[in-house]
Design a protein around this ligand. Structure first.
Ligand SMILES: NC(=O)C1=CN([C@@H]2O[C@H](COP(=O)(O)OP(=O)(O)OC[C@H]3O[C@@H](n4cnc5c(N)ncnc54)[C@H](OP(=O)(O)O)[C@@H]3O)[C@@H](O)[C@H]2O)C=CC1
Ligand SMILES: O=C(O)C1=N[C@H](C(=O)O)C[C@H](O)C1
Length: 270
């Protein structure tokens, strides 16, 4: 049997970090070789399994990404934009596949990730689930079939800890709708109306964010015209599906040339 690629998980104490550790530990295709937290975090120096409240996994949480990435074939990163940009450069130096789930990235952040992707494989997606990635294809198709007499609104819901809006997924769906219509999303995006906004502008794509409780992730794309409506909806009820998508991307990336890929590439939907 060939050696399993070794994976380092960043932001390991986070909701997705812990989910990733569980999924990698359960996988026979990848092995956990590192777990990262920021310097000063109280998990640093502890076994990651014990820190998560379970049995020891023989991997101690560390705070030096350079050292950890040097022994990894893949880095799975669901953290925050400032951290992800730094990890992108370091993962590229280590020639490790960098799987990025972090959302809320700015254009500058993405340009920095593009630079890193000249030297190594990066797979980045605002949503790693099969269902959402398939939904982007459907949204593009429906949007291409309808004219701007059909208003497009994207409504997303997440747990009350989420810090960015619109969600990465909502932006993916917005991009797909804009692409279907042959327009640039930046030119038509209308985010979170409030106050005397004036009537809706023909051709706009609206975004609305709900934050509450423990909603894992819900996304609805509404196409509305006088007399009828089409609603395309995805509901995630377990964040394990995002983690499994990330593992799939880490494995897929092992056989690719350097470049900036997304989950449509991984899933063969492009
Ligand atoms: N693409 C996808 O399919 C999905 C994407 N996400 C995205 O993943 C990201 C994380 O989500 P979630 O796990 O819920 O968030 P959490 O807040 O639970 O976890 C984030 C982790 O990243 C760490 N972190 C944040 N900033 C830094 C930094 N500057 N340096 C080092 N570590 C840092 C945090 O550490 P600390 O606690 O010390 O701040 C924490 O451990 C979000 O952007 C979210 O939108 C989530 C689910 C699915
Ligand atoms: O923060 C989350 O939780 C999620 N973030 C991603 C997003 O911004 O779309 C994906 C998923 O919906 C969960």
């Amino acid at each position: 049997m060939t050696e399993q690629p070794g994976v380092v998980v960043t932001g390991v104490s986070g909701r997705m970090g812990q989910m990733l550790v569980r999924e990698i530990t359960a996988s026979d295709k990848l092995k956990l070789v590192g777990a990262l937290e920021r310097p000063g975090h109280d998990w640093v120096g502890r076994d990651v399994g014990a820190a998560m409240g379970g049995t020891e996994l023989g991997v101690v949480v560390e705070d030096d990404p350079l050292e950890a990435f040097a022994r990894a074939q893949a880095v799975i990163d669901f953290t925050a934009p400032a951290a992800t940009v730094v990890f992108a450069e370091l993962a590229a130096q280590a020639r490790a596949v960098h799987v990025i789930g972090t959302t809320g990235l700015s254009e500058d952040d993405i340009a920095a990730i593009d630079r890193a992707a000249r030297h190594a494989v990066v797979v980045r997606a605002g949503n790693m689930s099969l269902g959402v990635n398939l939904l982007t294809k459907l949204v593009k198709q429906v949007s291409a079939a309808l004219d701007a007499d059909w208003d497009i609104e994207i409504i997303e819901g997440h747990h009350h800890h989420k810090v960015d809006a619109p969600s990465g997924t909502a932006l993916m769906l917005g991009e797909a709708a804009a692409e279907g219509r042959g327009v640039a999303l930046d030119d038509v995006s209308d985010r979170g109306r409030d106050g005397i906004t004036g009537a809706r502008k023909r051709g706009d794509i609206g975004f609305h964010a709900i934050r509450g409780g423990d909603i894992v992730g819900e996304h609805e794309v509404l196409f509305a015209t006088p007399g009828e409506r089409i609603v395309l909806k995805h509901m995630a009820s377990d964040r394990a599906l995002f983690a499994r998508g990330a593992l799939k991307a880490a494995l897929w990336g092992q056989d690719q040339d350097p470049g900036h890929y997304d989950m449509l590439d991984v899933l063969g939907l492009n």
